[in-house]
Ligand binder design. Structure first.
Ligand SMILES: C[S@@+](CC[C@H](N)C(=O)[O-])C[C@H]1O[C@@H](n2cnc3c(N)ncnc32)[C@H](O)[C@@H]1O
Length: 262
């Protein structure tokens, strides 16, 4: 094996033990090309040197993770999970409720909170729905507030929902203004800021994979405290919680956890 190949393979192994992100599951040619170009831009002659720098410098690590994860969102991402949310989780959750309070944490450009508003609107009038949508990145929040999307972001949206909540403007699709009114976008860092409270549902998807086990433990605990007594926590499709009872959760369905008193 050439030194270069060995260097990259060792890097892949070390990144997996540090972040839980398995680079070997990504198409190697493209991934290696992207990471080599980032590494060269930061002027490290090998992946071994680049790794040593990454573990000491949070900013460098963040830049690397941004490059690794395709930092996009879409409406109804992993559609089968949203079906479960709509058909099973919400109907149980709202049995005696006249309104619903939801947190979309790490909401990126807004597709997730808008999807939540569309789903919740099947059960509640829009003025009975309160959604807090947060992200660490002000740029994505500004785009989320704008509510303008290309067709690709809408590919999982059912036709009737698309018709009901979007207006086409040229090649873009604009979210209905009324839907926007039930969502408050705010900057929030999951790793540092105080958590808001009293949510019936918290949705936090496709960001926890970036974090260390310690950080995730704290976040699970904080989310548990941020839920009402029977509240539900919905995670991303690679983000099952190992040992949910440790954080006061019981499994409701794959990727859905309910706060419970053990
Ligand atoms: C891949 S997107 C996920 C978007 C959406 N939740 C989804 O699943 O489609 C990850 C988002 O996490 C945000 N993020 C990263 N670190 C964060 C932190 N410490 N606190 C809050 N948000 C963070 C990023 O800015 C990015 O918008």
């Amino acid at each position: 094996m050439s030194n270069e190949v060995e260097d990259y393979q060792q890097f892949v192994k070390k990144i997996y033990s540090k972040t839980g992100i398995d680079l070997s599951l990504y198409k190697e040619v493209q991934m290696k090309r992207r990471l080599t170009s980032l590494r060269n831009k930061r002027e490290y002659a090998s992946f071994a040197l680049y790794y040593n720098a990454l573990i000491k410098d949070q900013e460098l690590l963040r830049e690397f993770l941004d490059k690794v994860t395709i930092n996009v969102s879409e409406f109804y991402r992993n559609g089968s999970r949203w079906k479960i949310l709509q058909e099973k989780i919400i109907p149980n959750l709202i049995a005696n409720k006249k309104k619903i309070k939801i947190w979309s944490a790490a909401c990126s450009t807004g597709e997730e909170p808008y999807t939540l508003a569309m789903v919740a609107n099947q059960f509640f009038d829009l003025n009975q729905i309160e959604i807090i949508a947060t992200d660490i990145d002000s740029n994505v929040l500004a785009r989320a507030k704008q509510g303008l999307y290309n067709e690709r972001a809408l590919q999982e949206v059912p036709a009737d929902i698309k018709k009901k909540y979007f207006t086409q403007e040229g090649t873009s699709f604009k979210v209905d203004e009324k839907l926007k009114e039930c969502i408050k976008f705010k900057k929030h860092n999951l790793l540092a800021d105080t958590y808001p409270k009293d949510f019936d549902l918290i949705v936090c998807r496709n960001v926890l994979i970036y974090f260390t086990e310690d950080a995730k433990s704290k976040i699970y605990h904080n989310f548990n405290q941020a839920l009402v007594s029977d509240g539900v926590f919905f995670v991303g499709s690679t983000e099952q919680i190992f040992n949910p009872e440790k954080y006061g959760f019981k499994v409701l369905d794959t990727f859905f956890y309910q706060k419970s008193n053990f």
